[in-house]
Write a protein that binds this ligand. Structure first.
Ligand SMILES: [Zn+2]
Length: 430
């Protein structure tokens, strides 16, 4: 007969062991998020070689785990290129006498051209709040003098009323400097285009009461051929090596807006990258019946360019992918996880829920229909069974300078890792 005390001790041991493992998972992921989002990786974007420093880091990690290369010519890399507008030099904005902080106080539209004020320049006020149709918009556009300096109020009206969108709005402006006060969160992007104007969005609470004069110095460099790399590795299946379970995440982020504004992208997407690295390390030690591949894409922020290139130039036939899980923004799963495409992949979604019975791993698993906002998209379009999982966290930081490692809670990220490990096991059982 097994003694009660022994059972309790056994239980306590298991609990301690489980706790230690959870600690290990979180530590592993935390360390890698801190590395990838550190200043030396320069926001894993388009300046100071940030993207390629990150690619090399991931390849070195793969190698140290014993994950095999699955890129070109026996390497971990798949190289390709695209054009991108970058901000490698000065980014300086002063309104009246107030010098503003790049990032928290203002962002420069990512497609902007350079602008160099020799001295403070007087702004011409242009109110767009009355622009309600394209005829009115056309006549306002005609009134804008190329090379002029404008303070644009009510800019939300034409973007909303004419559904221009921020990107389209920027393409409609001529050469010139456009200061646009904005209320609420500033969100930066990456842009493969360049527009004639220089557009600066300023958080309205930091503006002086009567903004009259402005001094702006923005250096830009349009890179026609930016060389990027996807990083790809795999663990060979023990019984059906030609069938693959694939984990993907984008490792790139927005880089730097000038020397002083670092977009570290800790949650977007050092978190998903680090979770994929955790899985790569795990599966290297626990090979499955199928092969398990790990694809870390670049160019996501510029428009899903890395995964698009991969899908157009697959390393092995796309039909061999039994299931693909894309992880983007998984640093905090306090309120559960959401599975995009969970609706169209009902059996796999049901399997996840079954594994998660009684909310063991995730507090709640939500499902959503198709979206085009991350790297699962091009795979889905080609008929690859693919889902995109993100964490339902507690922090609002997104595409801003506050997306930092210290903001990542890692709440229930260990549970997500375990759920994905169990899911892989079940999917490769048959
Ligand atoms: Zn993003």
């Amino acid at each position: 007969m097994i003694s009660r005390v022994f059972v309790i001790i056994l239980f306590l041991n298991l609990w301690a062991w489980d706790n230690a493992r959870a600690q290990g998972e979180k530590e592993f992921i935390k360390h890698r998020i801190e590395q990838l989002a550190s200043p030396g990786f320069h926001g894993r974007g388009y300046v100071m070689n940030g993207g390629n420093i990150a690619a090399q880091y991931i390849a070195d990690e793969f190698k140290s785990y014993g994950v095999l290369p699955l890129g070109q010519n026996g390497s971990y890399f798949q190289e390709y290129d695209f054009s991108i507008n970058t901000f490698p030099g000065r980014v300086f904005v002063q309104v009246n006498k107030t010098v503003l902080k790049p990032g928290p106080d203002y962002i420069v539209n990512a497609a902007s051209s350079a602008w160099h004020s020799k001295k403070r320049q007087k702004m011409k006020l242009l109110d767009l709040s009355e622009v309600r149709d394209s005829l009115q918009w056309d006549s306002v556009k005609k009134s804008i003098k190329p090379g002029g300096v404008y303070y644009l109020t009510g800019a939300d009206t034409p973007t909303n009323k004419l559904s221009l969108g921020i990107r389209k709005f920027a393409t409609e402006l001529p050469e010139g400097l456009f200061i646009v006060p904005k209320h609420g969160k500033l969100t930066w992007t990456a842009n493969t285009n360049k527009v004639p104007g220089t557009i600066v969005y300023i958080e309205d609470t930091v503006l002086p009461k009567k903004p009259k004069k402005v001094l702006v110095n923005v250096d830009t460099r349009y890179v026609d051929v930016f060389k990027a790399k996807n990083v790809i590795g795999y663990v060979k299946g023990t019984e059906q090596p030609d069938s693959f379970i694939v984990f993907t995440a984008h490792f790139d982020h927005l880089g730097r807006m000038g020397k002083n504004a670092l977009f570290a992208g800790a949650n977007d997407n050092a978190s998903g990258t680090s979770l994929v690295l955790y899985l790569a390390n795990y599966f290297a030690q626990h090979p499955q019946r199928y092969s398990v591949a790990f694809m870390l894409f670049s160019g996501e922020e510029a428009g899903l360019l890395g995964s698009k290139y991969y899908v157009e130039n697959p390393i092995f036939p796309l039909q061999q992918i039994r299931f693909l899980v894309n992880l983007d923004m998984t640093g905090d799963a306090t309120n559960g996880i959401t599975v995009v495409n969970g609706v169209s992949h009902e059996p796999e979604f049901a399997l996840m829920e079954e594994i998660n019975a009684d909310s063991v791993y995730a507090k709640k698993i939500n499902k959503r229909e198709r979206t085009s906002n991350s790297d699962h998209y091009h795979f889905s379009k080609e008929g690859v069974p693919a889902v995109f999982i993100y964490g339902n966290g507690t922090k609002p930081h997104y595409h801003d300078v506050f997306d930092l490692p210290k903001e990542i809670t890692l709440e229930r990220v260990d549970g997500l890792a375990q759920l994905l490990i169990k899911l892989t096991g079940r999917l490769t059982e048959e």
